[in-house]
Ligand binder design. Structure first.
Ligand code: SAM
Ligand code: SF4
Length: 341
């Protein structure tokens, strides 16, 4: 074996040889928050009867795991707002012996005091928690909700022993003053933290490049307090930086440095549309096929998926991000609260 780890190709590979290993499932577009970088002012929620049932979702996950998917992330909207999500996670455990290695959730943490224990019992592996400010007024301004339940939710996952990371989206003039307070807070508690550049996926399409706090700007602020060493990027979207030789912070810089070359993700919306990229202009409606998956043979859907995923583009060129935004401002109806990040 000469020490080389062999990775089997997944059946879902795109034209640039990128195997699809990670599946993100949005289970609802609804959310109790109204983050200014995400939710439109007047959201038009998907109709409940149009959502994929958990039964159909489970069959889809089973099928995808048998075809090379190793990691499933449940997201939204706010995934903990969909009744039955904990039970769904418990059911997913049956896919471990077929190759499923990790089950994660991305949440705003508001409901975690209620669900942390059940999520742990259901076999969840880890969470990404969104938290963009430690200042209660600023948090309220950004999300239209209170900070306190979120901090209590974080304490709840700590007490049940579920691993988690914090993700913070930075917006120019809104919360970039949180860079040092958040790093100091997370470092003190040994919580992994990642800053995310604001992407043009906000519901009301107000994004401009001037609103983005770039990786370089974040590093400049960090350099006021820390000695910074860049670490080797390990097949993850976040670039890691070691601060004072003792704490690593991540930066996901989709705007200033795309990581498309390594992308191994597939996304499914709550009503069953497949997106092969966050920035794809169109999804592929799979719901009718997925409703059939429960009873029918899988070959048709395998071929349809293979074709859709094969066609994934090589990259989005982010210095043209404003161009992307202008072109799709009127055509693209999908935003982050539907795709789940
Ligand atoms: N409601 C959950 C939450 O907030 O964690 C899950 C869904 S949310 C759409 C998933 C992730 O997308 C969050 O970490 C959020 O901060 C991020 N996000 C939303 N809109 C974004 C944008 N325009 N640019 C960058 N990240 C964004
Ligand atoms: Fe809701 Fe998450 Fe979007 Fe905030 S980022 S509005 S919590 S879906």
């Amino acid at each position: 074996m000469n020490g080389v780890v062999s990775i089997s190709p997944s059946i879902f590979q795109d034209q640039y040889g990128r195997n699809k290993r990670k599946l993100r499932i949005s289970v609802t577009d609804r959310c109790n928050f109204k983050c200014m970088y995400c939710m439109p002012e007047h959201p038009e929620w998907m109709k409940k009867q149009d959502l994929l049932s958990f039964e159909a979702l489970y069959q889809f996950c089973d099928f995808m795991v048998q075809n090379g998917i190793e990691k499933i992330r449940i997201t939204g909207g706010e995934p903990l707002m969909r009744l039955g999500v904990v039970h769904f996670i418990r059911n997913l455990q049956q896919l471990r012996h077929k190759g499923l290695k990790r089950i994660s959730i991305t949440t705003n943490a508001h409901y975690l005091t209620k669900y942390a224990h059940d999520l742990k019992q259901a076999g969840l592996d880890d969470l990404n928690i969104s938290l963009d400010s430690l200042n209660p007024d600023q948090f309220q301004f950004l999300t239209k909700k209170k900070l306190k339940p979120v901090l209590e939710g974080i304490a709840a996952v700590q007490s049940v022993g579920l691993p988690f990371k914090i993700n913070a989206v930075l917006m120019k003039g809104k919360n970039e003053d949180q860079i040092l307070p958040m790093v100091n807070w997370a470092k003190h508690q040994k919580i992994p933290l990642r800053f995310i550049e604001f992407m043009p996926l906000d519901g009301d399409q107000h994004w401009t490049k001037a609103d983005v706090v770039t990786e370089q700007e974040i590093l400049k602020v960090l350099s006021c307090q820390f000695h910074i060493q860049e670490l080797k990027q390990e097949h993850e979207p976040a670039r890691l930086y070691r601060l004072n030789d003792e704490y690593d912070v991540g930066i996901i810089s989709t705007i200033s440095h795309s990581f498309c070359g390594e992308c191994d993700r597939i996304r499914l919306t709550a009503q069953g549309e497949l997106y092969n990229c966050l920035f794809a202009t169109q999804g592929l409606m799979l719901k009718p096929l997925l409703d059939q998956l429960i009873t029918e043979k899988d070959e048709t859907i395998r071929q349809i998926l293979q074709q859709a995923l094969y066609q994934k583009t090589s990259t989005y060129i982010w210095h043209k991000a404003e161009g992307f935004h202008r072109i799709h401002q009127h055509s693209r109806k999908i935003s982050m609260h539907m795709l789940g990040g």
